[in-house]
Design a protein around this ligand. Structure first.
Ligand code: AMP
Length: 276
């Protein structure tokens, strides 16, 4: 496994490699969710590239860029058996002092995470466009865990005629349903159990729909009341939206994206399911 610490090294590797390249962009502190993307990339391609870059541009001023967990040694050991090259550029290489260019996807970024994290998706689309330009993948792998992110990336790739396929991979969960996330490490002992409230609320929505409930507002309300019973939980939003447009719906029409952001103590967690 090669480690490229500069854009120049990554480009050189790409120019010398033959065969299809599968790419998994990450912010590191890898868990089984990330590794499931890497495994998928390994199965579908001759060459596998993984990037580790905690992208400062996608964090708001009051968000956790500085404290975001990092453990490069462990990440590299996990990637070694499955990966041909790890791309770990520096902030300066990605964003030199005179950096001026941004990639913006409108529409899809107005809602959900985009509504509560201004500038977040501008940072995401810009860094992913840059990573795609450097790595030049044939396929790129993203998790359904970040449902809006993968929708926005797919729109960017389509609108800008980027020459690659974006693959969505299912959300990996802990045994009790908590979606795996690097940020789960922030949870204190009592909070870890409280964090299962997100998945339980999603399951509640699924059950209500399967029982024939058709009023999205009523389902949101039941989810809200359920989550509010957990003292550590503070709801940022609960959404039931059209899975293609991400706009809120009043009556259940499938496929629907049920998603939420909930703070458990100080830790902001997101989760979602698609009702088919
Ligand atoms: P991150 O390091 O948080 O930027 O995540 C890198 C990629 O891994 C993104 O495409 C995420 O959607 C994906 N990912 C994160 N957590 C999970 C999970 N629990 N299951 C599947 N994919 C995930």
């Amino acid at each position: 496994m090669k480690v490229a610490k500069t854009i120049a090294e990554m480009r050189e590797f790409r120019q010398e490699t033959e065969g299809t390249l599968g790419f998994v962009p990450t912010m590191g502190y890898l868990h089984d969710g990330h590794m499931s993307l890497v495994k998928m990339a390994r199965e579908e391609n001759q060459v596998v590239a993984v990037s580790i870059f905690v992208n400062p541009m996608q964090f708001g001023p009051r968000e956790d860029f500085k404290s975001y967990p990092r453990d490069t040694r462990r990440d590299l050991a996990l990637l070694e058996p499955l990966t041909d090259i790890v791309f770990m550029p520096s902030d300066k290489d990605m964003y030199p002092r005179d950096y001026d260019s941004w990639v913006e996807v409108k529409g899809l970024t107005d809602v959900l995470e985009g509504a509560v994290r201004p500038g977040h998706f501008l940072g995401v689309t810009t860094v992913v466009a840059k990573l795609f330009n450097v790595v030049q993948p044939d396929k790129a792998y993203f998790g359904q865990k970040d449902a809006q992110q993968v929708a926005v990336i797919k729109k960017m790739v389509k609108d800008l005629n980027m020459n690659l396929e974006v693959v969505t991979c299912p959300t990996l969960r802990e045994k009790d349903g908590l979606a795996m996330s690097s940020r789960n490490t922030y949870l204190k002992r009592g909070q870890r159990q409280a964090a299962t409230v997100l998945y339980k609320a999603l399951m509640l929505a699924e059950e209500l729909v399967s029982r024939g409930e058709n009023d999205a507002g009523a389902i949101r309300l039941e989810m809200k009341e359920f989550i509010e019973k957990e003292p550590e939980a503070n709801i940022e939003y609960i959404s039931i939206a059209d899975n293609a447009t991400l706009r809120e719906i009043h009556h259940i029409k499938l496929p629907a994206l049920v998603s939420m952001a909930v703070k458990i103590g100080k830790t902001r967690l997101i989760d979602n399911i698609v009702l088919e």
